[in-house]
Design a protein. Structure first.
Length: 577
């Protein structure tokens, strides 16, 4: 079911992308859900063993680490709740399947700070609610899935009534549509309409997902100004065994033992560090760097049966780097469709305290010029990303672990990336101190980086950066990919559109006219500073003409121009008082 559900999503990812509310060329919900689902199924294919519950847990792990964008994070949480319910089961009846769907909905709603109805959450909720009701009336899982799919489609059709912006532009919710495609795959398998050969092709993204060549985002390389690996001697890696495993509390010689998470962490810390423990009633996920792996496993056996054990020798990894002539740990390949296992080669906890910087920074950016701006502001790691290129939870985890600092600030710089960053922070709780500043745009991220003060406390810096984010107006200029109406603006495919924060406020056939219209709206409040980030397709003469217009129309406004090099958006504007 999962294989065919994922395959069906892959086949229709571009349609899900096209349902983006804004008619911009970077709709990415389908891409994010597809890559998230692919990561989960890849983990399932590579490491899925045992019965239904064990495989569900493996799928959930892959989805959790591979989650991209808000839709991908929510999808991972739906399956996380499902797997929690299914953890101890070898098989499922209709009542249990329905309850697992409801558990997924409960988990997803808890993961989102402000759930919005009319989205994938609503589709999942209504489908699960109906499943719980109908499961008492049938023992046939195919019949139940038929009902679940029908209710999901009904809920999807109703999303425009719950979210006015969907009704305004004439689309259903994109994330909800993606979930419906997955459910269609479930039913397709149950009714015999899909072959194992079709499912086996999973992970081969269709060519339709690729954007036109002229507007294809090009991921700039990660920028890491300084590497702790260059200072690290192999023998200095004290806790050399990188261990990851699950404890199933419902099986083995000891079942349902009382689990004290704080006491367990303390016991692991005696000869270990980099500890992550994620526990529920049935499954405990453990990650630790340890001197004594045998002691760790003996400790774990007190609570259940150990599964999916992975142990790596980090000294061996470091020697391999030295033999290869490298003085720094290679960063993970970002945005690969199949995430690789975390190497965790940089272990800040293994370094002397005086070598740890008080603060470290991660920022997400698209465009060489923007990446260089963040680097010049002291950002340690710049993850290449933005719209259509959302970093996964695992990308953030690896980036955080690569920084030798006592506290790490993360600037997502895109509203669709914040959840993945927060999920990475939560996964590293107890191991690393991390704050996610909810910056929703590149200008907001730059303003936050400017507001940072090395001598201030974590709390003061957090307040200052969040305050800076709130006082920046962001403008973006791109082109429309379809005809539509938006807030009484008639938008024509191929024309340019100007977006002020989250609202389309200008559209013209010409780029200069659209940019002028957008800036006129943004400067209506008498602001004094305009920063222009020119994209990779911006023409120099056009930029000069735009700056000349600003000086003429707003003589008291200070203008700064930088070559951002960002794809898709010809200009990014920042307006401040």
């Amino acid at each position: 079911m999962v294989l065919v559900g994922a395959q069906r999503l892959t086949e229709h990812a571009e349609h899900v992308n096209s349902l983006n509310v804004f008619p911009v060329p970077d709709g990415d919900t389908g891409t994010n859900m597809n890559l998230t689902m692919t990561a989960g199924v890849t983990e399932l294919k590579n490491h899925g063993t045992g019965g239904l519950g064990s495989r569900a847990a493996t799928l959930s792990k892959g989805l959790l680490m591979g989650a991209r964008g808000n839709s991908g994070v929510i999808l991972s949480q739906l399956f996380r709740g499902f797997s929690r319910y299914a953890a101890s089961l070898e098989e499922m009846n209709t009542v249990q399947f329905a309850a697992a769907l409801q558990s997924g909905v409960d988990t997803a709603y808890k993961a989102v700070v402000k759930p919005v109805e009319g989205t994938i959450l609503t589709v999942a909720k209504e489908a699960a609610k109906h499943a719980v009701y109908y499961a008492r009336r049938t023992t046939d899982i195919t019949e139940l899935m038929t009902e679940v799919l029908a209710k999901a489609k009904e809920a999807l059709a109703g999303t425009p009534e719950l979210l006015p912006v969907l009704k305004q532009v004439g689309v259903v919710d994109s994330g909800g549509q993606g979930l419906v495609y997955i459910y269609e795959g479930f039913l397709q398998w149950l009714t015999g309409g899909a072959s194992s050969e079709a499912a086996a092709t999973l992970g081969q993204a269709p060519a339709a997902i690729a954007k036109p060549e002229l507007h294809t985002p090009v991921a700039a390389p990660i920028h890491v100004p300084a590497s702790a690996q260059a200072k690290l001697e192999t023998e200095d890696i004290e806790f050399l065994y990188d261990m990851e495993f699950f404890i199933n509390r419902t099986i083995g010689e000891i079942k349902n033992a009382v689990f004290d998470e704080d006491q367990f962490r303390k016991a692991l810390s005696v000869n270990g560090d980099s500890i992550i423990v994620i526990a529920d009633d049935e499954i405990i996920k453990v990650h630790v760097h340890s001197k004594t792996p045998g002691d760790v496993l003996n400790l774990a056996l007190r609570y259940g049966e150990i599964t999916q054990i992975h142990i790596l020798n980090m000294r061996e990894q470091h020697r391999d780097l030295l033999i290869a002539g490298m003085d720094a740990a290679p960063m993970p390949e970002l945005f690969a469709e199949v995430p690789v296992e975390p190497s965790r080669l940089v272990d800040p906890a293994s370094l002397p305290a005086d070598e740890l910087a008080p603060y470290g920074f991660i920022a997400v950016a698209s465009g060489q010029g923007i990446s260089e701006i963040f680097t010049s502001l002291g950002v340690d790691v710049v993850l290449s990303g933005g719209q259509t290129m959302n970093p996964s939870t695992e990308d953030f985890v690896k980036a955080i672990q690569s920084i030798s600092a006592q506290h790490v600030f993360v600037l997502p710089n895109n509203s669709n990336i914040i959840l993945a960053a927060q999920q990475a922070r939560d996964l590293l709780e107890g191991e690393r101190s991390v704050t996610v500043i909810p910056s929703k745009s590149i200008p907001q991220g730059i303003a936050a980086a400017f507001a940072f003060q090395e001598e201030e406390s974590v709390e003061s810096n957090q307040d200052n950066m969040q305050n800076a984010v709130q006082h920046v107006k962001t403008g973006q200029v791109t082109y429309a990919v379809r005809d539509t109406m938006f807030d009484d603006l008639e938008i024509t495919a191929g024309h340019y559109i100007g977006i002020a924060d989250s609202k389309i406020v200008a559209t013209e056939e010409g780029l200069l006219e659209t940019s002028q219209g957008l800036l006129a709206k943004m400067l209506a409040g008498g602001d004094e500073i305009v920063t222009v980030l020119a994209g990779e397709e911006a023409d120099g003469a056009m930029t000069d003409a735009l700056v000349g217009w600003i000086h003429e129309e707003y003589p008291d406004v200070e203008v700064e121009v930088h070559n951002g090099g960002q794809p898709i958006y010809y200009y990014l504007f920042s307006v401040e008082s």
